[in-house]
Design a protein around this ligand. Structure first.
Ligand SMILES: C[S@@+](CC[C@H](N)C(=O)[O-])C[C@H]1O[C@@H](n2cnc3c(N)ncnc32)[C@H](O)[C@@H]1O
Length: 265
């Protein structure tokens, strides 16, 4: 066997998200979750509503943007949102939305599994030097995505490398608060799921180890979700209709994980 580098992410997740892209926004849960994420981010980053100067809005990078639900919500408060997703099908849906007048136009959709802060898919610092160094960001967001990432250390390291000095991350996902957390996903939706949510202590430790400073991991909101009473109750169809009496409602806490890149002179 050759020693070709292993991909950081399995492709099964991409297959699943490409297949689900066109119907992603028919699920009210993902709309509600993005609105809650926006609230959690806005309260922690007042510079979004009060930039240092009118022309000094924040450069925002979203990793795992999907169809751009959160990108579209945060874009009116940002100078620009670079919206990255590893599943090209998700990015195609965002590109379609960008053709409509109601979608903020300061969003740049990018289909890439981002593993390198100098990846040429990211915009350059200087538009007149397209092959030069890549743009660094004031704020990196990532919502409902970390539980799909197999190598969290690698992704956090990439995020740190994509930040300006003193730039911040705000990572939102459901919490792994015990054995019940695995019920967040029904059996037919397990492709690409790497962990049952985010463990607060583990992400805090990892963010510090990777080099973030001022790390804070907080419970920000909770959401009710209809879950299977037992594994496979909803069947194998990707979105099977619920019969009367099927499933039960369970509340899931969500974390917001913030941290900064150290300022270096
Ligand atoms: C559960 S979806 C959430 C999408 C969107 N944030 C939302 O809330 O609607 C997770 C997304 O993360 C993307 N993803 C997973 N790992 C990624 C990575 N390392 N880089 C970029 N995208 C990734 C998947 O392709 C998928 O679209």
């Amino acid at each position: 066997m050759t020693s070709a580098a292993l991909p950081l992410q399995p492709t099964s997740g991409n297959d699943r998200f490409n297949a689900e892209a066109a119907s992603w926004e028919t699920n009210p849960f993902v709309h509600e979750a993005s609105k809650e994420a926006l609230k959690a981010i806005m309260t922690r980053f007042p510079a979004l509503t009060n930039p240092p100067a009118p022309d000094k809005g924040l450069e925002v990078l979203e990793i795992g943007c999907g169809t751009g639900l959160l990108s579209c919500l945060i874009a009116p408060y940002a100078k620009r949102v670079v919206a990255v997703d590893a599943a090209p099908g998700m990015i195609e849906e965002l590109e379609k939305k960008l053709q409509t007048a109601q979608t903020p136009q300061n969003i740049l959709p990018v289909a890439v599994l981002l593993e390198n802060p100098e990846d040429k898919h990211l915009p350059p610092v200087d538009e007149s030097n397209p092959d030069g160094p890549r743009l660094k960001f004031d704020l990196i967001i990532s919502h409902l995505t970390l539980h799909h990432v197999s190598n969290l250390r690698a992704v956090l390291t990439t995020m740190l490398g994509c930040l300006k000095h003193s730039g911040s991350v705000a990572l939102t996902d459901f919490e792994d608060n015990g054995p019940e957390a695995k019920r967040f996903h029904e059996k037919a939706k397990m492709a690409g799921v790497q962990r049952p949510g985010i463990n607060a202590q583990a992400i805090d430790t990892l963010m510090n180890e990777v080099g973030f400073v001022n790390v804070r991991v907080e419970r920000a909101w909770s959401m009710d979700k209809v879950v299977e009473k037992y594994d496979g109750e909803f069947g194998d169809a990707p979105k099977g209709p619920r019969q009367p009496g099927q499933g039960e409602i369970k509340s899931f806490p969500f974390l917001v994980c913030t941290g900064q890149k150290k300022y270096c002179q």
